[in-house]
Structure formats: C-alpha cells, structure tokens
Ligand binder design. Structure first.
Ligand SMILES: [Zn+2]
Length: 270
C-alpha cells in the first residue's frame, strides 16, 4: 500500500531559523504555493489519482481559492497546523489553539469536518498522549505526525485517546535510516538508490505495511527563492533536484497503486 500525501505550505514554511523570525514576515515574501500546488493538481488530474492534502491554516487563510480548488477536485483535505510550529515545542493550550484555528479555517472554506492531521515536520511522538487527547477532542480520527525507526507494534498504530481512537500512520524510515519517501530526502538520494528503495521487494523499516509518500509544493519548484532567513544548507536543499522531482514521482506513481490516508484507514479497519 502506498499512501500519497502533500503538505501544502510555501517555500518559507520550514523550521529553519524560526527563532529569528515569526509569521509576520511571511506576507512580505514572494509566494510560490499557489502555482506549485496547481502543478500538483494538474499532474494528479492527468494520472487520475486522488491524494491527501494536509493544508497549513496560514495558507488556507491567504489562499482560500486554492483550498476550494483542491477540495473541488475531490482530494482529501487534512490539517497541517496553522503556524507550522514544531508540535512538541508548544504548550498544550497553544497546540490546541493552533489546531482549532487551522480546522475552523479549513471547515469555513470546504464545509467539511476535517478528521485528518499531520504535525509540521512529523514532530509528534507516540508518547505525546496529551497531543493525541487534544486531536481526538477536536474530531481528528486519522493522524500522520510521527516518525519511527523501529516499532514493536505493527503500524498503523491505534492510539487510545480517552473514549476515542486515532489511527496513526507514522512515517517509517528506510533500512538506511532515512525518511526517503518524500521531501528533500527523496530529492537528495541518488537515482540508483531511489530505484532500489522503491523496488517492490524492498521493505523499509520494521514491519512495513505501507509506504508514505509526502511532498511539498516546493519540492517541485526550480524557482524557489534564495533567502537569508535560511542557512546555506537549507537554501541548497530548497533547490536541489527540484527540476526532476516531479518526473521521479511520476515514475513511482506509474508503478505503484496509491491511495489517500482516508482510504488506507478504511482498508486497515476491514
Ligand atoms: Zn510542513
């Protein structure tokens, strides 16, 4: 099973140097999220595929038409927080405030109750019970916010949260210890390794039952701006192999059957 997901955020929504700037500078930066997300939508349309879009609340606030377009195309909408803070750096009440802002913005635009969540940077841990309790309290039933290297329990993992349950689809690192199935890691691995990791014989991590593809609009953008908000490394990573990323992804989509995280949950439950 290969789950296809996109985290809809702009090129400047990273964790890099966040101690030096806050969201108030974002409005001043040239936005690339709309044109790059449209390219993703066109690709999915061409391949007749549906995916899960975890959308940042800030992006929804500033680009409501883009959210409407994703929703109208029949894709699944999930929440990706409002401010893109690393989840475990927040106090519980700030985490909830941020979550509610994101959920209500997405609900206002789509009319849907949002039930899927991904924390920025896969920053939740299974031991963060307080966060799962807050997610469940606010209607989240499917989550993909944890990164795992080894796990005794076979993922997906059922997390109990009071009288509710959340199905957690962690990001599983490969046998080489890297989360190769999306983002900068996907772009940075050499083609030969890429082919090997995505050959159907390879099982990543322990007890892999699925692959989790996770991409951002910036992964496909050779025109990501250079910014002195970031280190040289981040500037390099924001540009590395962005010109070939979509073709690489397309080659995987042509050889793997994919599904949304909602469809994966339904299959898991049956
Ligand atoms: Zn993100």
């Amino acid at each position: 099973m290969t789950i296809l997901t996109f985290d809809i955020e702009d090129w400047f929504h990273t964790h890099e140097n966040r101690q030096y700037f806050s969201g108030h500078v974002w409005k001043e930066l040239p936005s690339r999220v709309e044109c790059n997300t449209v390219r993703i939508l066109e690709m999915l349309d061409e391949l007749e595929l549906k995916a899960t879009f975890f959308i940042l609340g800030w992006v929804a606030q500033h680009h409501p038409e883009l959210v409407k377009r994703i929703h109208a195309a029949g894709h699944e909408i999930g929440a990706h927080s409002y401010w893109h803070h690393s989840a475990t750096l927040l106090r519980a009440n700030d985490f909830e405030k941020d979550l509610v802002m994101c959920l209500s913005r997405l609900h206002d635009i789509t009319g849907d109750q949002i039930t899927a969540y991904r924390a920025p940077g896969f920053s939740l841990r299974l031991k963060d019970q307080w966060a799962f309790d807050i997610l469940a309290k606010n209607g989240i039933t499917v989550d993909s916010s944890v990164e795992l290297t080894g796990q005794k329990r076979k993922p997906p993992i059922v997390v109990e949260a009071g009288d509710k349950q959340i199905i957690e689809f962690p990001l599983l690192k490969s046998v080489f210890g890297i989360p190769y199935s999306g983002g900068g890691y996907f772009r940075a691995i050499p083609k030969i390794l890429h082919n090997y990791l995505f050959s159907n014989e390879v099982k990543a991590g322990n007890n892999e039952k699925y692959r989790l593809l996770y991409f951002h609009p910036r992964d496909f953008d050779p025109k990501n701006p250079y910014s002195n908000l970031f280190t040289l490394y981040r500037n390099w990573l924001n540009s590395y192999s962005t010109d070939t990323c979509m073709d690489r992804l397309k080659s995987i989509l042509s050889t793997h059957n994919t599904c949304t995280i909602g469809e994966a949950t339904a299959r898991y439950k049956t």
